[in-house]
Ligand binder design. Structure first.
Ligand SMILES: NC(=O)c1ccc[n+]([C@@H]2O[C@H](COP(=O)([O-])OP(=O)(O)OC[C@H]3O[C@@H](n4cnc5c(N)ncnc54)[C@H](OP(=O)(O)O)[C@@H]3O)[C@@H](O)[C@H]2O)c1
Length: 326
């Protein structure tokens, strides 16, 4: 005979609190500088990937708004310079070297910051790497997939998992996981990168639903192309519209103020709409674009060594045609 299943009693109070907070912080977000200060003043914020791009910009903005910012990345000198310049301006900033792709390093980092600061109120899982390489050029490079998973997925959730118990204990916390609009449009040549960000998104969506009643909020950031050092090696992006670093920082600050489940661009929503409403049309457009744009895209495109693949291909599609025997 089947045993009796004992159902839990849900605590609905956090849901009511969240509804109230959504309304009040939504209104406050119309005065962003004031609202940001109100949200982060006296809070401890851990920012991974703080040595460059979005992370470095967010660090300064949050420090100016009164947060204690804990900066981490591998380039310790850059972090120390940033922390020192923030402290010179009268703000609270501390630098920690860590390789987020190394899970033991993630554990050591979290242990150290908890020992030294007692808590982390906001975690910004921003450290990331991207690889632009077609699947047909990745057939002998399975490590591409493993490397991005290690940093963009395993490292990010390892840091979160280390900090969740303390956030539950204090009854509050905000974890922001940085993803990309690419997961909404399946941009070609980024299969490894998108796989890792999709994994991060899946984990985050489950975490949102599991931990809401503990007081921890999760936000996913589906950034569009942002003009940072990350995209600099991909020359074709010089010709694409991209969000400025300043706007990307403002986006993150808005997420900290309002704690939405997800930040998306209209283009991301449009891409998703196309995928569900006109899937084959969307595929036709994206695949045609993929075939037109060469694998390598440097100034002049003279068929020099490909910085993405290490190969020397004149066209992105030829190896695929050879393989299929056509
Ligand atoms: N730029 C874009 O177009 C774009 C679009 C969508 C999403 N994103 C996402 O936004 C986030 C920030 O990117 P960004 O554009 O600001 O790039 P970025 O300027 O290249 O910064 C990347 C940061 O990650 C750190 N990092 C890389 N590998 C690391 C590792 N193993 N351990 C610890 N830190 C590591 C880097 O520092 P060290 O090298 O010093 O370790 C650096 O601080 C990433 O998650 C990225 O996927 C970017």
């Amino acid at each position: 005979m089947a045993g009796k299943i004992k159902l839990g009693v849900p605590n609905l109070l956090p849901h009511a609190r969240r509804l109230r907070d959504s309304v009040t912080w939504g209104m406050r977000s119309r005065l962003p500088s004031w609202a940001l200060r109100k949200r982060v003043d006296g809070k401890v914020v851990l920012i991974t990937g703080a040595s460059s791009g979005i992370g470095a910009g967010v660090a300064r903005e949050l420090a100016e708004a009164g947060a204690t910012v804990l900066l981490t990345a591998r380039s310790i000198e850059t972090l120390q310079d940033l922390a020192a310049s923030l402290r010179d301006d009268g703000y609270q900033a501390f630098a920690y070297r860590s390789d987020i792709a190394d899970l033991d390093d993630c554990d050591r980092l979290c242990q150290k910051v908890l020992e030294e600061h007692g808590k982390v109120d906001i975690l910004i899982n921003n450290a990331g790497r991207s690889i632009r390489r077609s699947i047909i050029y990745s057939l002998e490079r399975f490590h591409d997939y493993q490397r991005v998973m290690q940093l963009n997925y395993f490292g990010a959730i390892r840091v979160a998992i280390n900090l969740i118990p303390q956030m539950i204990e204090q009854g509050e916390g905000h974890i922001i996981n940085v993803s990309t609009v690419g997961v909404q449009n399946g941009v070609p040549r980024f299969s490894a990168y998108l796989g890792s960000k999709c994994a991060l998104e899946g984990w985050t969506m489950a975490a949102q639903n599991e931990l809401l009643h503990t007081g921890i909020s999760f936000t996913l950031m589906n950034y569009p192309l942002v003009r940072t050092p990350m995209i600099a090696p991909t020359r074709i992006y010089d010709y694409f519209p991209a969000m400025s670093e300043k706007k990307a920082v403002a986006w993150m600050c808005d997420a900290i103020i309002r704690r939405p489940k997800r930040m998306v661009t209209p283009f991301g929503l449009f891409s998703l709409g196309m995928y569900y409403v006109l899937p084959k049309t969307a595929e036709f457009i994206v695949n045609t674009g993929y075939q037109i744009v060469p694998e390598k895209f440097s100034s002049g495109n003279k068929g020099t060594r490909n910085e993405a693949t290490g190969d020397n291909p004149a066209s992105n599609v030829r190896p695929m045609r050879k393989r299929s025997g056509s």
